[in-house]
Design a protein. Structure first.
Length: 392
């Protein structure tokens, strides 16, 4: 029986791979999980009551693109957050942002670009759905290192013109997962100009946009609007998972040019899974409320400060600009993660599991990713054990 070859080069996913590395070894202390980016702060108080009030709507087929009320609320949020006028018809509710990051490539990547196989640009390290979306559409993945020398963001402008002329899509995550780097307004302006020159689209993964340390990160659609770029150049992706501590709600949205969203909506009508109506009602309330977001950000600020205090004097340490991960340099990420688990019980993710080796170089190999999602005191214990084990 035949199977497709298009996914044959996908490595084992990060977390099964981590279990293979660690689970045959006993932990060296009370287990503390600092691996997965699953928020553990309290979800907003209004979630349960709204679900209960709308329980009967589980008995109805949901609106495919999002209810008018939800789309209007998201439109108002984009106006308040980014000063961008985005009409509801240029927005689509998503059943988890991963769905959008995948299906947008299926809906928008052409079969050829300038008579050749299209290229999809992917920052390296990266959120793994970018690669599987690229494989699905039969495009060539070009993994672009996002290292300390490039400010932990991909230097797409440094690629050869031949590659850029074949590029159909460029993924960008800001604040970046895992490094926490934020794309500045100037960076986004340069990338938009590059997209105009070489005729490609930017898929801006902005799921961590509301978790920032000093100031709100600019958004790709915001900069496109302010600088007069074609809105069809950009599709942005946002989520309630990190912003509102609702990863299990599986709710987000994408927004962009009218034609891009029309095509994404059309694909969803055939192949997608729209949000159940009670979840859309909760989502509407979450996008309309900023109080819980401010409170959530304050909790992460406490843990940023905690990390800065604990790692004081560790010269390689730097605080992220956004998100909730520490991206810590080590000699070898796998060896460090195994040592930490066996000697302390702290569980972290090797950076190489989030990146690809290209020409013998894996930009994540010398790092571990540490999620600051646990309660403050648990985070404190984990970080102290980590410091003493790996940096003493």
């Amino acid at each position: 029986m035949a199977f497709p070859e298009r996914f044959s080069n996908l490595p084992e996913y990060a977390f099964p791979r981590l279990r293979t590395l660690l689970d045959s070894h006993a932990p060296g202390g009370e287990p503390i999980a600092m691996t997965i980016g699953e928020p553990r702060h309290a979800m907003p108080d209004f979630v349960g009551p709204i679900l209960a009030q709308n329980l009967a709507e589980f008995g109805k087929y949901p609106a495919n693109d999002g209810t008018p009320e939800l789309l209007s609320t998201i439109s108002a949020w984009l106006k308040n957050r980014y000063r961008a006028d985005v009409a509801p018809e240029r927005i689509m509710a998503l059943n988890g942002t991963r769905e959008g990051l995948f299906n947008a490539a299926v809906a928008l990547c052409p079969e050829t670009k300038n008579g050749a196989k299209p290229v999809v640009l992917i920052p390296n390290p990266f959120y793994q759905v970018y690669a599987v979306a690229t494989a699905t559409v039969g495009a060539e993945a070009v993994f672009v290192p996002s290292t300390e020398s490039t400010g932990f963001l991909p230097d797409y402008a440094g690629l050869p013109a031949e590659v850029l002329d074949r590029t159909a899509i460029a993924y960008l995550c800001s604040p970046a997962n895992p490094q926490g780097a934020v794309a500045s307004r100037e960076y986004l302006k340069t990338l938009l100009a590059l997209a105009e020159k070489h005729d490609f689209r930017i898929f801006a993964d902005e799921c961590y946009s509301e978790l920032w340390r000093t100031e709100p990160p600019p958004g790709a659609l915001e900069v496109a609007n302010d600088e007069g770029f074609d809105p069809e150049r950009v599709v942005i992706f946002h989520s309630l998972s990190k912003r509102s501590n609702l990863p299990g709600l599986r709710s987000g949205f994408c927004a962009g040019g009218a034609e891009c969203i029309r095509r994404i909506r059309q694909l969803r009508a055939y192949a997608g899974a729209p949000l159940p109506l009670p979840i859309q009602r909760v989502s509407e309330a979450a996008w309309a409320d900023e109080i819980h977001v401010i409170e959530n950000r304050a909790l992460y600020a406490e843990k940023y400060a905690l990390a800065e205090e604990i790692f004081q004097g560790v010269n390689s340490f730097r605080l992220p600009e956004g998100g909730f991960f520490l991206w810590l340099p080590v000699e070898d990420g796998e060896e460090a993660a195994l040592k930490l688990w066996r000697e302390t019980g702290v569980r972290v993710l090797p950076g190489a599991y989030l990146s690809r080796e290209v020409a013998g170089f894996n930009p994540g190999k010398g790092y571990i990713r540490v999620a600051l999602v646990a309660p403050k005191e648990e985070t404190r214990r984990g970080l102290i054990k980590l410091r003493d084990c790996l940096y003493a």
